[in-house]
Design a protein around this ligand. Structure first.
Ligand SMILES: [Zn+2]
Length: 254
């Protein structure tokens, strides 16, 4: 299953930024969109799906809106979510999250739209008092994407209430968690089975877990007699020699 996401705009889009009076750094919208997109991607890594970024993840180039939808269509993505931050309250205190869908949306899209709204608002408390929570607008991306697709505006970059919140890493992570919870619920995405971790329970928490698993699979390293790997124990010269020779002779190598 492919989940398509895009961080709205690109780094240098004119105008799209936090209001200077509220954020002296005038943080660019793409920076906020990209941060949230990365959190979504990191959380989805634990699930049986692949994430397709439909914008340029370096932020250097603007990907045309139609092309973003076309990319998701070509890949046969199961769902599409476009991540944005809003503007339009001109320094006032109103704002909040709103999630758009296109007019031609399916029932699944409507459920997806509501789920993203509910899951992000419940985690962040950023309930809109200015924004219509679930608006219908034919944005180029959601209108042209063939799969259930929504566009989320996660707070206002010119709201005195929202700006201090949306600038935080915590908010970005909470929204991402809400987006992922909605995706998992609506598209029934399964959590990845973690068989490898069960095979060597003692390496569960090691930062080198994947390397140890791979070295074991390739036959380059062996566990102790009890099946454990004890990832924090030192390697003796003898063990290193064994690994070196196995590597040199291509034994176990696939
Ligand atoms: Zn935007």
């Amino acid at each position: 299953m492919i989940i398509a996401i895009d961080a709205g705009h690109y780094r240098s889009t004119p105008g799209k930024r936090c209001m200077k009076k509220l954020d002296p750094n005038e943080t660019r919208e793409w920076i906020l969109n990209d941060r949230m997109a990365r959190h979504v991607e990191a959380l989805l890594a634990d699930y049986e799906c692949t994430v397709l970024r439909c914008d340029d993840r370096t932020g250097e180039k603007d990907t045309e809106l139609y092309e973003r939808a076309a990319k998701a269509n070509r890949a046969g993505a199961a769902a599409f979510i476009s991540i944005h931050h809003n503007a339009g309250v001109n320094g006032q205190s109103g704002g909040g999250i709103c999630v758009f869908r296109a007019e031609n949306a399916s029932e699944t899209t409507k459920k997806f739209q509501k789920a993203v709204y509910d899951e992000t608002v419940s985690r962040t408390g950023l309930k809109g008092n200015r924004a219509t929570p679930l608006p219908v607008t034919n944005h180029t991306v959601t209108y042209n994407a063939k799969m259930p697709s929504i566009l989320g505006e996660f707070g206002f970059m010119d709201s005195s209430t929202d700006v201090p919140i949306i600038l935080t890493e915590e908010f970005s992570k909470q929204c991402a968690a809400g987006i992922v919870a909605a995706l998992v619920d609506i598209f029934k995405i399964k959590k990845k089975e973690i068989k490898k971790m069960d095979k060597f329970p003692d390496i569960k928490d090691s930062g080198y877990r994947d390397y140890i698993n791979r070295a074991a699979e390739l036959g380059l390293m062996q566990g102790f007699a009890d099946g454990s790997f004890r990832p924090n124990e030192p390697v003796t010269r003898g063990m290193l020699a064994a690994v070196a020779v196995r590597l040199k002779e291509g034994k176990g190598g696939k």
